[in-house]
Design a binder for this molecule. Structure first.
Ligand code: MIC
Ligand code: SF4
Length: 657
């Protein structure tokens, strides 16, 4: 057979494609490579090599895993505690204990609170070129920096992957992003991904993989590549990736992981579905303005913006080199008196190295406030800005209210821009500051002592505190005669559906309790209405459910009786979370029908029970007297899941709820 010239994304996918009934029996199971044609849009089954969970999504994932009846996980599986470490009340600490004990029981490595943010630690210690990674966090594609096919998914999908069941994916198209030239002084990798967001928007990446190529690739270190892949999630993309090259080798050597290196690149002459060229020489320092990561402007245009708070960190920009860069820019300066600067480091490795080389002392000396090596302010765990505050953050999301202050304005920038602005007190570029681009250290400090190895001892109990409650189950498909419980517009995020932050995160293991917060900031009466009516439909615009992977955004509506969402389009991970829990994601055949539906309209769908690939269905609006048609893009397998009442009923050992 002649070898086809293939892009890197499809090469790795081909090496992991299997038949739907394939089951991985151990971490190291092998299978033959798929030899046929790869056609974007086809449903494929992917063997998953590695999985990761974090505490805020992990408790649900492991409660679901426990129902799958396996003895031990079949992936290299990591459970990180990084999101919720405030421990105000017993709930978080109980979650941590459950996660540690369940990890031990099923053979999952457990990264303790304080060891760092999942994506940063995974990059340092586990990412491996050519492998697949599924994580219950939307920024799992960070690992694309190391030539992995790494995807975010709901907890249940990750639980199934841990059980050795292949991950079902609609094969994305591949967009080539060709990088040419070199970044000028004052710009950084963050500006590259902000540029891509400007070009493609928050929904431009749906159904796509972004593959970075071109001569500019070799000018970027692995941590810089990770910033770009991380924020590819904000494009709505399935994932992003870079080749594995000399820079990958150097990074792995410095992490004492030379044995994990594997050179990987696209074949010369391979084809792509779309091409973007970015001339790095022309790159400007950019900023994502409120309240969307694609609302991009040049920093130069906004230099009169007075700043109250600056937060440096998050899985996007919290590497050793990010902080060395910040240290160099701040050197010899003090933070502006009107600015509060916080630093939350990506990992224990980063923090210890900065402490050992003296940079931490310099940062403290300049007036920075030091937080834990966790997600921290990125997920609204403290550091909410003042009323109407202006906050510059090196993070990846600036959705309204996510910071914890509803009327604050969050701007997303590079660490360089953040550091320069911290000195001036106004948004400004680092162009006029004399500093050199930070190099990788000679070697990274290796200490994996906070990653606990499991012993699989069945005699050790799995400890569940009183706030840890069972997972709700979906309902099998039946005719729908329901009211419209909510009508919302475009780009509704999962933060709108289930907010994050210190008030809500403690209830991630208790769906009944967390459901009280559903759509809180969008419509304060939503929960009461659902309780009164027993649930019904949600009607939405474009890109419904963008943002995080939190399946609570499907589980809480499920608990409140939501049966279907009628939208103009869906974000990938949330769409899958709805299906996994048997909430039907339906699409308007004619988008203008959206305008004719009102809150509390009574809708009837009798023929929904005939759901089949490509089917269309009639919706009778008994309130307006109109009838309209909806379609869907569900695959045969997804329809089966919905008909059965969700993935847990399909694969799990569940008692009737
Ligand atoms: C986020 O950045 O929104 C989160 C918090 O990391 C989420 C996961 C969660 O809600 O627990 C994500 O990105 O998937
Ligand atoms: Fe944590 Fe923020 Fe990254 Fe989500 S985006 S994993 S909350 S640091």
């Amino acid at each position: 057979m002649t070898k086809r010239a293939e892009n890197l994304a499809y090469k790795i996918i081909r090496q992991h494609m299997v038949a739907a009934d394939y089951r991985k029996l151990s971490k190291d199971s092998t299978h033959p490579f798929f030899e046929g044609d790869l056609i974007a849009g086809q449903e494929i089954n992917l063997v998953i090599d590695q999985t990761l969970t974090q505490d805020a999504t992990g408790t649900m994932a492991y409660l679901q895993l426990e129902k799958l009846g396996i003895d031990q996980v079949r992936t290299l599986a990591l459970s990180y505690v990084d999101h919720n470490t405030l421990q105000s009340g017993f709930m978080n600490a109980d979650d941590h204990k459950y996660l540690q004990t369940v990890a031990n029981r099923y053979g999952v490595l457990f990264s303790k609170a304080g060891n760092g943010i999942c994506h940063q630690v995974h990059l340092e210690r586990f990412d491996k070129p050519g492998q697949t990674l599924l994580g219950s966090d939307s920024h799992t594609p960070t690992a694309g920096a190391m030539a992995m096919i790494a995807m975010g998914a709901g907890g249940l999908d990750v639980a199934l992957a841990m059980a050795g069941i292949p991950y079902k994916l609609t094969l994305p198209k591949v967009c080539k992003v060709e990088l040419r030239g070199q970044m000028p002084h004052g710009t950084s990798a963050k500006d590259i991904i902000l540029k891509v967001l400007e070009l493609e928007s928050v929904k431009g990446g749906v159904g796509k993989i972004y593959e970075y190529t071109g001569p500019g690739v070799k000018t970027l270190s692995v941590p810089e590549r990770s910033t770009i892949c991380n924020m590819g999630a904000e494009l709505g993309a399935t994932t992003s990736l870079f080749p594995s090259d000399e820079n990958t080798k150097v990074f792995l050597e410095k992490q004492e992981r030379s044995q994990d290196f594997l050179p990987m690149a696209a074949d010369p002459g391979c084809s792509y579905d779309q091409e973007i060229i970015i001339n790095l020489d022309e790159l400007e320092p950019l900023v994502a303005c409120p309240h969307s990561p694609d609302n991009i402007k040049q920093v130069r245009e906004m230099e009169d913006l007075k700043v109250d708070q600056i937060c440096i960190g998050s899985c996007t920009n919290s590497s050793f080199t990010d902080y060395m860069q910040v240290r160099d820019i701040l050197e010899g300066h003090s933070i502006h008196p009107d600015v509060s600067l916080t630093l939350s480091f990506g990992s224990k490795q980063v923090l210890t190295m900065l402490a050992q080389n003296g940079a931490l002392a310099d940062l403290v000396q300049s007036g920075a406030r030091i937080l834990e090596a966790t997600c921290g302010p990125c997920i609204g765990m403290g550091q909410s800005p003042k009323s109407q505050g202006i906050s510059l953050r090196t993070f990846n999301r600036n959705f309204k209210g996510r910071s914890g202050t509803p009327d604050a304005s969050v701007y997303l920038v590079s660490p360089e821009t953040a550091a320069a602005s911290a000195i001036k007190g106004y948004l400004t570029t680092a162009v006029d500051f004399a500093y050199e681009r930070a190099d990788l250290p000679d070697r990274y400090l290796i200490d994996d002592s906070m990653i606990i190895q499991p012993d699989l001892d069945p005699a050790k109990p799995v400890v569940k505190g009183p706030n840890i409650k069972d997972v709700p189950l979906g309902r099998a498909l039946e005719p729908l005669h329901e009211h419209v419980m909510l009508k919302v517009g475009d780009n509704i995020t999962t933060d709108h559906i289930i907010p994050a932050g210190s008030r809500v995160l403690p209830f991630r293991s208790n769906i009944e309790k967390i459901s009280e917060f559903t759509f809180e900031a969008v419509d304060a009466d939503f929960v009461a209405r659902c309780k009164d009516q027993g649930g019904g439909f949600i009607v939405a615009g474009e890109n419904y459910g963008q943002g995080s992977s939190r399946e609570h955004a499907a589980l809480a509506p499920l608990y409140l009786g939501i049966r279907a969402v009628l939208a103009k389009s869906f974000a990938r991970i949330h769409r899958k979370n709805l299906i996994n829990n048997a909430i039907v994601p339906l699409l308007f055949l004619d988008a203008s029908d959206y305008d004719d539906i009102s809150l509390m309209d009574r809708l009837e769908m009798d023929d929904i029970v005939d759901l089949a690939p490509g089917s269309v269905h009639q919706v009778k609006d008994l309130t307006s007297g109109k009838t309209f048609t909806v379609k869907h893009d569900l695959t045969e397998d997804e329809i089966l899941t919905i008909k059965k009442g969700g993935l847990l009923r399909r694969y799990g050992q569940v008692n009737e709820a």
